[in-house]
Design a protein around this ligand. Structure first.
Ligand code: CUA
Length: 341
């Protein structure tokens, strides 16, 4: 599975050629100016060499025209690199709405992956070809970095926050996954593989791992055991806290007049540091859950809150599952509700 140029990694995502194009452009400019400057250098060395030991050159007074020219042209070229690279960057780090979500937790020294249908993996990520995959990533300890060269994707995985990136694989096969941030003694061993499968194969793989609790269902159970439900009732009962149905992705008005988007980061912060952004009309009465919920559990709570739709607030069965056959009822999965990590 070698690519057509032996010194670039395999191309296996929709971003590959876009990133490569920027790099080839950069390399082309570098090569062009290296040759141009070296050529002129050699030409001048020969053309203006000292011909007799007593030769004294004419003094050079400088040229504003020349100085301006060789400042403005490189500046404009640099701006084209900046503009093009920014476009690719923003595309890569703005996940589309309809992407399939996968949670990734980095930990010294392994990658823990959980699919929205409940399947868990360690140091492996199975994905279907031709589908947009959004990774929601965080770390339990040091800063790690999720790097898949064949997909041209790489993003830091930082403790205390969520980072996201997305990709769409264009080739089946097994691709290297690296940790690209020095994170301690076994950093170099924090590797794994991304396995891209045909859609049907992937569906088989998913159903072959049946019996897992989906993160949303696990989150629902946590929501009960932690007592969240007593204030954040499904229909607003309790009344002491804002209702969570339909919250995800909505704009929330805060007590201080500001408006924030209820994204992953906001929900995370509201669980760990509830006083940071108080919703309009509610007092600072929620206790912090810092230290009481692990990263895996935060991911589960997040998945549960995401699954609460406004149209049917009482219905809390996860809706993130892409096909009905993969959705499991909470009752069917309760007995396997445990955290393997
Ligand atoms: Cu994790 Cu380096």
């Amino acid at each position: 599975m070698q690519s057509w140029v032996p010194f670039v990694p395999d191309s296996a995502s929709t971003f590959s050629w876009k990133v490569d194009a920027v790099y080839f452009y950069l390399s082309g400019i570098t090569l062009f100016f290296t040759l141009l400057i070296s050529g002129i250098l050699i030409f001048f060395v020969l053309r203006y060499r000292r011909r007799s030991p007593y030769e004294i050159p004419r003094p050079i007074a400088g040229s504003h025209k020349l100085e301006t020219l060789w400042s403005v042209i490189p500046f404009l070229i640099a701006m084209t690199i900046f503009g093009w690279a920014s476009k690719v960057y923003f595309e890569q780090y703005s996940p589309p709405q309809n992407a399939m979500e996968v949670y990734v937790v980095g930990k010294q020294w392994m990658w823990k992956v959980q699919h929205s249908t409940g399947q868990r993996e360690i140091n492996e990520l199975h994905v279907p070809i031709g589908r947009k995959i959004k990774l929601i990533m965080t770390s339990e300890d040091a800063i790690h970095d999720f790097f898949v060269p064949a997909f041209r994707m790489k993003a830091d995985v930082v403790p205390g926050k969520y980072t996201t990136q997305w990709f769409e694989a264009t080739k089946t096969g097994t691709f290297h996954l690296f940790c690209a941030e020095y994170c301690g003694m076994n950093h170099s061993g924090m590797i794994g593989s991304v396995i891209v499968m045909e859609s049907r194969e992937f569906d088989n793989w998913l159903s072959g791992n049946a019996g897992n609790t989906t993160p949303a269902v696990a989150g629902q159970q946590l929501f009960q055991t932690l007592g969240c439900v007593s204030c954040h009732g499904a229909n607003g009962e309790g009344g002491r806290g804002p209702t969570l149905a339909g919250l995800f992705g909505r704009d929330v008005r805060l007590g201080n007049g500001q408006t924030v988007r209820a994204d992953e980061a906001y929900i995370r912060e509201s669980i760990l540091n509830p006083q940071a952004k108080l919703v309009e009309g509610f007092g600072p009465i929620m206790p912090t859950f810092q230290g009481q919920v692990s990263e895996d559990q935060l991911v589960q709570l997040l998945a549960f809150i995401k699954s609460l739709q406004i149209s049917n607030p009482q219905q809390s069965t996860p809706v993130s599952s892409p096909s009905p056959s993969r959705t499991q009822s909470p009752a069917a999965t309760t007995q396997s509700a445990r955290n393997p990590f």
